[in-house]
Design a protein around this ligand. Structure first.
Ligand code: EPZ
Length: 431
């Protein structure tokens, strides 16, 4: 049985969409609960499969996880009895690497399967390892596991200068340093909103982390974290994805529960492309009635244009007036979706990290594949703008990071539904 999204394109979007909690904050904050002695109540948790997997992993380790309501869970890691992270669960997601920092910080010992996640070219973890080693750990990789151990049992502070700006290593070192014996300093740290959110979560439970959001983060180790309540920030990329959807399909949508400051890098580019964006206190109103202008886009660490919005903006630029140049500044290879957009008539040439997009008047619907999470979001955006029917398979990738995408888009007038196909035959329509 195969589940797909089916989209009848060409319908402008009107109404409002409420953004869920940030995936890339949630997937670090849930492992961070391992450091807390007591119950953490985490609010604004997105209902996505990466989050369910991490909650399941914590339960397998012996955490008590209680669902309070649709977006709130209580996690109690006071009585962790098992430190063997289940291999099959952990290797499905990238964020399982945060279990290394969290377990090392709590127990001085971690064995975690090498992470999975989207295939974006090489995704080494050498900077995570460099950080753990600077903090006194012995680290090696064997039998598919990252094995990290502190000989005397408690992480020492350390000084780490990251060779490149990396979100994952910055957050992982923060996790390992929270309960350390001394001070940890991360230089050339990532400044993404979710880095700040993790620091705020840990500080609200009693950690002493300074400078998150700047390129130097100082973590003064504390003896213990106590329980508390924390609400995750809204998802910058989910909001940006719906902003791009309005740009592509046309119409006017109020995107609610956002932090407009986090969206500025996306807003500025959309405005340059001729989209109207009005910033309100905790919402942005996005409107597109005329043509889309061409634009050049280069992805960079925050506050630059996010790599996680590269494919969605490419889908919009496919129907812009003129030729646009897109440069991927973070990953080696994030253009696997280009072949799928070409099926819809897009004119795109890729050379290494650069894609040249020659705008056409309209895309045409086609059967396409979501090859990773954001590539899948790009297919949805292209399908909304295209003439005719688009069917997207590989939607489990999309469900890793977007809560109720079909419901949210249907709510603003998109003709999108989930269909289930068996043996090549259409079986049921889910709505
Ligand atoms: C995180 O990935 C996000 N994943 C990605 O989100 C996001 O694209 C990326 O940060 C950049 O913002 C999660 O939060 C789970 P990095 P991560 O470490 O941590 C190189 C999405 O769509 N590098 O910031 O893997 C690396 O190869 C996903 O939501 C090393 O060389 O990214 C890349 O070129 C996909 N050695 C660059 O640094 C290291 O040890 C930045 O990677 C670590 C990274």
């Amino acid at each position: 049985m195969l589940t797909k999204y089916q989209i009848q394109g060409g319908k402008p979007l009107h109404g409002s969409i409420t953004i869920s909690g940030a995936k890339n904050a949630a997937v670090a904050i849930i492992p961070a609960a391992l450091l807390v002695d007591g119950v953490c109540r985490i609010e604004n948790i997105p209902q996505i499969s990466d989050v369910s997997l991490l909650l399941q992993i914590l339960q397998e380790l012996g955490a008590e996880v209680r669902t309070v309501n649709r977006t709130t869970v209580d996690i109690d890691c006071s009585h962790i009895r098992n430190r063997q992270v289940p291999y099959d669960l952990a290797r499905k997601i990238r964020a399982s690497y945060y279990l290394v920092g969290a377990l090392l910080g709590r127990f001085g010992w971690a064995e975690v399967p090498l992470p999975g996640g989207c295939d974006l070219g090489g995704r080494p973890i050498d900077q995570h390892v460099k950080g753990f080693v600077a903090m006194g750990a012995e680290v090696d990789v064997r039998n598919g596991l990252i094995c990290a151990k502190i000989p005397n049992g408690r992480v020492a502070g350390g000084q780490v200068y990251l060779d490149m700006v990396t979100v994952g290593a910055t957050m992982n070192i923060m996790l390992a340093g929270t309960l350390a014996e001394g001070m940890t300093v991360i230089e050339n740290a990532a400044k993404e909103p979710h880095v700040v959110d993790l620091a705020n979560f840990l500080n609200s439970m009693g950690a002493n982390i300074m400078g998150a959001g700047t390129d130097v983060i100082k973590i003064r180790g504390v003896k213990r974290l106590r329980g508390g309540c924390y609400s995750i920030i809204p998802d910058q990329i989910e909001a940006g994805t719906y902003m791009a959807a309005v740009a592509a399909a046309g119409g006017e949508v109020l995107i609610q529960n956002v932090i407009p400051k986090h969206l500025e890098c996306i807003t500025a580019k959309l405005v340059e492309m001729g989209v109207e964006v009005e910033e309100l206190d905790d919402a942005v109103r996005v409107k597109r009635t005329g043509m889309i202008n061409r634009a050049n886009v280069k992805t960079m660490p925050y506050p630059g244009f996010p790599t996680d919005m590269q494919s969605q903006i490419a889908a919009v630029l496919c129907i812009a007036a003129g030729t646009s140049v897109l440069t991927e500044g973070i990953f080696d290879s994030r253009y696997r979706y280009v072949d799928e957009l070409r099926r819809m008539g897009a004119h795109i040439q890729v050379d290494g990290k650069v894609a040249v997009i020659e705008g056409i008047s309209s895309l045409t619907g086609a059967p396409v594949h979501a090859c990773d999470l954001r590539a899948g979001a790009a297919m949805v955006i292209a399908g909304l703008a295209a003439q005719g029917t688009t069917e997207i398979d590989g939607i489990h990738h999309i469900e890793r990071g977007y809560e109720n995408l079909v419901g949210k888009l249907s709510g603003v007038g998109a003709d999108i539904r989930e269909i289930t196909v068996e043996d090549g035959e259409l079986q049921t329509h889910v709505g």
